[in-house]
Design a protein around this ligand. Structure first.
Ligand code: SAM
Length: 188
């Protein structure tokens, strides 16, 4: 057991520190619902989670996971691309989580794409409150390739440093492209 957490662990640790009961948050990639459930636990009955996916299988898996914990009332599940999130989510969001790539156990060709991911990140930044965060776990290499990671990283590197802080967590001596976690904090 290592002391240093992987990117998924780090992303949860940061989100857990920031999200409190009563907060409005977004899971931009519901997938099998692990992050949606994690967020639903954090926001309590007075908060709310908006959770997006483009696949029925993902939304069904997420709904079942929530029901197993009796937390489905804390979540609005939306079958639409996260790049449309401004149509569903009010301003005043504390955190948005992205877990890029494909649905584990699903069709690898149905996956997040550079243009829509960047569009969704831009919309997330608009919806955030000051000191709110966007947390992105980026899978790359293998089936995911490098295109999305490269496009997202170059977009993030050019964000105005007076408005946003961007922190990257990466293991620099591992093999097989371990996922990267990036946290954007809105400063004003
Ligand atoms: C790596 S999985 C997410 C895993 C998930 N966070 C979990 O905890 O199980 C990525 C998901 O993004 C979804 N996806 C792909 N493009 C999307 C888009 N434009 N908008 C919303 N979801 C999208 C895929 O259908 C897939 O289920």
């Amino acid at each position: 057991m290592s002391f240093l957490k992987n990117s998924l662990g780090i992303s949860h640790e940061i989100v857990e520190k920031i999200v409190k009961e009563g907060d409005i948050v977004v899971d931009a990639t519901a997938g099998n619902g692990h992050d949606t459930l994690f967020l639903a636990k954090l926001v309590g009955d007075s908060g709310h989670v908006y959770s997006f996916d483009i696949q029925d299988a993902a939304l069904e898996a997420t709904y079942s996971r929530l029901c197993a914990h009796n937390l489905q009332h804390r979540v609005t599940l939306i079958k639409d691309g996260h790049q449309e999130m401004d149509k569903y989510v009010p301003r005043g969001v504390k955190a948005v989580m992205f877990n890029l790539g494909y649905l584990p156990g699903g069709d690898h060709s149905i996956c997040t794409k550079p243009d829509t991911t960047i569009e969704a990140i831009k919309k997330s930044l608009e919806l955030l409150i000051t000191n709110g965060i966007v947390m992105i776990v980026i899978y790359y290499g293998g089936d995911s390739g490098f295109e999305e990671k490269d496009a997202v990283m170059s977009f993030l590197k050019n964000l105005d440093y007076k408005k946003y802080s961007v922190l990257m967590h990466d293991f620099i001596n591992q093999i097989n492209c371990p996922p990267i976690a990036v946290c954007i904090e809105k400063l004003r």
